[in-house]
Design a binder for this molecule. Structure first.
Ligand SMILES: [Zn+2]
Length: 507
């Protein structure tokens, strides 16, 4: 079994002076966490212990009791009378940061040694321990009580003393029944600041069915269903195809909305540009047009949530167990007006968001996400893997017009929508890459399981080392990943020649 965590965010209503207390409380939490990070740094061996053992060892080193009157590095040196639960929450925060830092450091050492043994220059800088601490204070049981759907009592450091305060909770409610394990388990809430507002974040951990590894799924069951997604910068934001490992195409779904968001951003970016012309020079770290920027960001995030939810919903409807995306690659700089350049940059950023959101949403639905090499996905024929011609409806079906909506394969005659073709290729690439890794046991497994410590997200990266059979023509330089140019995709023209019978075009 595996865990999936959802965080319930609730807005807190409190008296004005309480905001200052929350700030003091968080500052103290970070001071204690930073202190424990130092203690761990002085006793690196602690990290080999389990969380529970490390906690005991750290308390022995720092906390004075009757049995242990003179600890080596007393916590009382930085703060007196820290409640035990506050201390433990800070210790766990410090342990988490320390584990992350030392893992990064050891990986850096490995890379450095590797480069040195190969005689290559190594310029990468080593990771540094956190310079500033800005963690939200976690409230362990004992630091809060009497939680109802509309209020909670919190024990906070006011800057001078510890005090219980009652705050009102509004916003999303906690799931009512957390009685059985299937409904989820409530974790410790934390006090989180966003802007000038304080929130209560409560994690709910659910147990979900653990999915088989990609390799097992692909090699043991030829009817395993895969949902491959081609993400675009405009018009069709996502094109999803569902296929089985043995190659049957079951369904396809186009998610549009790219043009609407482009227009929305264009309007606001234009407004920002006009405002900037009026204001002239800005101080170095002065932020301008804050509201407009926020509006754009919120809209992008909102749409990314909608699209990713739709992708996962579509995949779940078709009983898919694997999602496949392509790696994002780099943003190709675009020419043109400020609003256009800004627009592509944000569209690219949104693509990343859609992937990230889809990954955790899929995980919650028991679906694993993976990514494949994006090279030439839009230039390859999904049926015979030869180089295709890409064109618009009023042109001859020759050459490669990046971003054009239609494709034709001169070898096998496959004809159809360019994004659909790319999406199919993405799915096939994963299967191909897994099967290849199985044929050659001497090479390291290409699709490896990578589990985050939180256990929330699993991402399996499946990279194909081999280039696809086409050697010609690099990927479209100016139009990232085959985005449909601002024209209608004329599906009716091309439907006849699509190789597989089952189609489901929904928009
Ligand atoms: Zn072909």
């Amino acid at each position: 079994m595996a865990k999936a965590t959802t965080t319930i965010r609730q807005v807190l209503t409190y008296q004005p002076q309480h905001a200052a207390w929350f700030v003091a409380n968080q500052a103290l939490f970070n001071r204690v966490a930073a202190f424990y990070f130092e203690v761990i740094a002085a006793h690196e061996k602690l990290l080999d212990l389990s969380a529970r053992e490390a906690l005991t060892a750290l308390e022995k080193l720092t906390h004075a009791t009757r049995k242990n009157p003179a600890p080596i590095m007393p916590l009382s040196a930085i703060a007196e009378a820290i409640p035990a639960m506050f201390r433990r929450a800070a210790i766990h925060a410090a342990l988490g940061s320390a584990r992350s830092f030392y893992t990064h450091l050891s990986k850096w050492h490995t890379r450095k040694e590797k480069a040195q043994t190969r005689g290559k220059p190594f310029k990468e800088r080593p990771p540094v321990p956190p310079r500033t601490w800005n963690k939200s204070a976690t409230l362990y049981t004992g630091q809060w009580r009497e939680r109802t759907p509309s209020s909670i009592l919190l024990k906070v450091w006011t800057g001078t003393c510890w005090s219980w305060i009652k705050v009102r909770i509004t916003g999303r409610e906690l799931p009512l029944t957390l009685a059985s394990e299937l409904d989820g388990e409530m974790g410790s809430p934390s006090l989180v600041r966003r802007g000038n507002q304080w929130y209560l974040h409560t994690p709910i951990a659910k147990t979900v069915k653990k999915s088989e590894q990609i390799v097992t799924q692909v090699t043991t069951n030829e009817y395993t269903r895969i949902c491959a997604i081609d993400l675009n910068l405009d018009h069709h934001l996502a094109v999803c195809t569902i296929q089985t490992v043995e190659g049957t195409i079951l369904a396809i779904h186009f998610i549009s909305g790219g043009r609407a968001i482009y227009g929305f951003r264009k309007k606001l970016l234009g407004r920002i540009a006009r405002n900037r012309r009026k204001t002239g020079m800005l101080a170095e770290d002065e932020r301008d047009n804050v509201d407009l920027w926020n509006k754009i960001r919120q809209m992008d995030e909102h749409l990314a949530h909608l699209v990713s939810a739709r992708i996962v919903q579509f995949a779940a409807q078709h009983e898919v167990s694997l999602l496949v995306f392509e790696h994002l690659g780099n943003l190709k700089p675009t020419k043109g007006k400020y609003s256009h350049r800004g627009n592509s940059k944000r569209a690219f950023w949104m693509k990343g968001c859609i992937f990230t959101f889809a990954k955790y949403k899929a995980w919650n639905a028991g679906i694993i996400t993976s990514r494949v090499n994006p090279r030439h996905t839009s230039r390859e024929c999904a049926r015979c893997h030869n180089l295709i011609a890409r064109y618009t409806a009023d042109e001859l079906a020759e050459g490669y017009a990046p971003g054009a909506p239609l494709v034709l394969c001169p070898q096998c005659g496959m004809q159809g929508n360019a994004d659909r073709n790319a999406s199919l290729v993405i799915g096939q690439r994963l299967i191909l890459c897994v099967l290849k890794s199985q044929e050659k046991p001497s090479t390291p497994l290409l699709a490896e399981r990578e589990e985050k410590s939180s256990g929330v997200a699993i991402c399996q990266e499946a990279k194909s080392e081999e280039e696809p059979s086409i050697a010609q023509a690099r990927h479209a330089e100016c139009n990232e990943h085959g985005t449909a140019r601002g024209r209608d995709v004329r599906m009716d023209v091309s439907l006849l020649d699509i190789p597989h019978p089952l189609r489901l075009f929904t928009e």
